[in-house]
Design a protein around this ligand. Structure first.
Ligand code: HEM
Length: 510
């Protein structure tokens, strides 16, 4: 071997060894740092008994801890480190600025046992996730989502009819209408009127997401060996629950896919994705078809529950805050008039109505703890060690209820985003928080905004939303009570939804 190659190889080897030594010493130096503060752990079991139950609004408990310990709170359960971030700066510092090591997910036993591991939102950061996310983005980016406007118009128009016909069942109608929009654009499926089998299927699957996907919901997340305990063992009834949930999550992936229709004037997302594969050989095509199937199911699973839950919160806010409702309706009457329904072209002229939607997202965020990120390398943050493998949450609820940024945070007040009738740039937009951050930021956010804005403006234009009345004529104001879990929505409440006048009735049925 020529001498210069030997020399070059040796120098390279030395550099490599030096770099690895530095890396090792750096890693070990991080290990001497303290962990971020948090409730005092007990020997061996750490904070095992501190972990708030997923059924008890854990974001409120974490927020209380943050008042004592600061915006970065750490707990340890057996060998697992959980870190909860309570400030937007903290979220940006870690999820955005250090995204190369904060973009993984913790694939808990619960995720595998409930069968959600086909969902790109639950995948490890790597090639498979990248391929799914790229495909998803191609059909959900900011520009492309407007090609689905016709589906959104039809769905929201139908929603008004359903609400008019049977206002008491508003929750069912919201879920049905969103399912209708998403299934038609994704699979070309026209849901028969009154057929809520798709809605029920997703509801059943989402029950597992709501009950089980926050780490700590089930002990098996911290002690994986428990997954081998047979279901007949006393206390292991959760195994049967998981088996049933697995069937439901698989149904979300398979049932709409088996019913893809390809006869509409605009091809569905599924058929466009499949067309893209025509040049591939059989093996590559088979593999990619599976990816397409999963990505389509993620559109449905990601959209349906989050959007309909936000709309339920909107209805609750309108019942409780009639002055906000009145201001938005006055704006709509001014801009749109009484001869037509609002459309996408009106949205930029409706600052108060836009602010009202922002406030719905802030007041009761649909995913109060977001989706946890997993950190893939030891690193130092503000003098603390964030250990490799730590599960890092952003407490979205707490960030959006910080009284310094949002005074009187429990109050629903769209006016807080406006100054002299135009958006106030000094008030943060909750949309920059509720959809998460970094490389895993919600890729469905543009579509969610589109559907939410048109739904909210059309419902407000057409209806008055009021409390139901007691026998003595006094209003029964519902309590602000949210379900607890991965995704939340208001606990069911009664309200009245009535057309705003004969002009509105004509628009609804027309
Ligand atoms: C109000 C509506 C919605 C809210 C509040 C919301 C919120 C979120 C949040 C907080 C995350 C986690 C981000 C992170 O890891 O930091 C997320 C991820 C995700 N969302 Fe949404 N979302 C909404 C609507 C949608 C819609 C309509 C879709 C589908 C069309 C969707 C699809 C997804 C997917 C696929 C992920 C996983 C991304 C990944 O892990 O790479 N979401 N969403």
């Amino acid at each position: 071997m020529p001498l210069n190659i030997v020399l070059a190889t040796s120098v390279l080897g030395l550099l490599l060894a030096f770099w690895r030594m530095r890396l090792r010493s750096k890693t070990s130096s991080y290990r001497t740092l303290p962990l971020p503060p948090g409730p005092k752990p007990l020997p061996l079991i750490g904070n095992t008994f501190h972990v708030p139950k997923s059924t008890e609004h854990p974001w409120r408990t974490y927020a209380k801890w943050a008042q004592t310990h600061g915006d970065v709170v750490h707990i340890q359960v057996l060998r697992k480190h959980l870190i909860v971030i309570h400030s937007l700066d903290g979220v940006h510092d870690l999820f955005d600025r250090r995204s190369s090591i904060y973009s993984d997910r913790e694939i808990t036993e619960t995720i595998k046992l409930t069968g959600w591991d086909w969902n790109l939102g639950m995948m490890n950061y790597g090639q498979e996730w990248r391929a799914h996310r790229r495909l998803f983005y191609q059909y959900m980016n900011e520009q492309i989502v407007h090609t689905y406007d016709a589906h959104v118009r039809n769905g929201t128009r139908h929603l008004l009819k359903l609400l008019h016909r049977d206002p008491k069942a508003y929750v069912r109608h919201l879920r049905y209408a969103i399912a209708e929009v998403v299934l038609s654009m994704t699979y070309g499926i026209k849901v028969e009127s009154g057929d809520d089998s798709y809605v029920k299927m997703l509801e059943a699957a989402m029950e597992s997401a709501e009950d089980a996907l926050l780490p700590g919901s089930f002990w098996v997340d911290f002690m994986p060996v428990l997954k081998y305990v047979p279901s007949w063992v006393p206390g292991a009834g959760w195994q049967k629950k998981f088996a049933a949930w697995r069937e439901e999550t698989n149904a979300v992936r398979n049932v709409p896919w088996d019913n893809v229709v390809d006869d509409g004037p605009v091809p569905s997302i599924a058929s466009q994705m499949l067309d893209q594969l025509s040049h591939l050989d059989t093996d590559a095509r088979t593999r990619m078809v599976q990816t397409v199937q999963k990505v389509c199911a993620v559109v449905y699973a990601g959209a349906a529950d989050t959007i309909s839950s936000t709309l339920q919160t909107f209805i609750l806010a309108m019942v409780l805050y009639p002055e906000a409702q009145g201001l938005a309706q006055a704006e709509l009457s001014n801009v749109v008039g009484h001869r037509r329904l609002p459309d996408f072209s009106d949205l930029s002229a409706l600052p108060y109505t836009g602010a009202l939607l922002k406030e719905c997202m802030r007041w009761q965020p649909v995913g109060p703890l977001g989706v946890p990120h997993r950190c893939t390398a030891d690193n130092e943050y503000r003098g603390w060690l964030i250990p490799k493998g730590a599960v890092v949450f952003q407490n979205i609820w707490s960030i959006l209820h910080d009284p310094e940024t949002f005074p009187d945070p429990e109050k629903f007040d769209p006016g807080r985003y406006l100054q002299d009738g135009v958006p106030n740039p000094d008030v943060p937009d909750p949309a920059a928080v509720v959809f998460g951050a970094g490389r895993r930021v919600c890729p469905g956010r543009h579509f969610a905004n589109t559907v939410l804005l048109l739904s909210v403006t059309r419902i407000l234009h057409a209806f008055d939303i009021t409390p139901v009345l007691n026998t003595d004529g006094s209003p029964i104001n519902p309590k602000v009570e949210m379900t607890s879990g991965f995704v939340t929505h208001p606990v069911p409440f009664a309200c009245d939804i009535k057309a705003r006048g004969s002009w509105a009735e004509a628009l609804i049925v027309g």
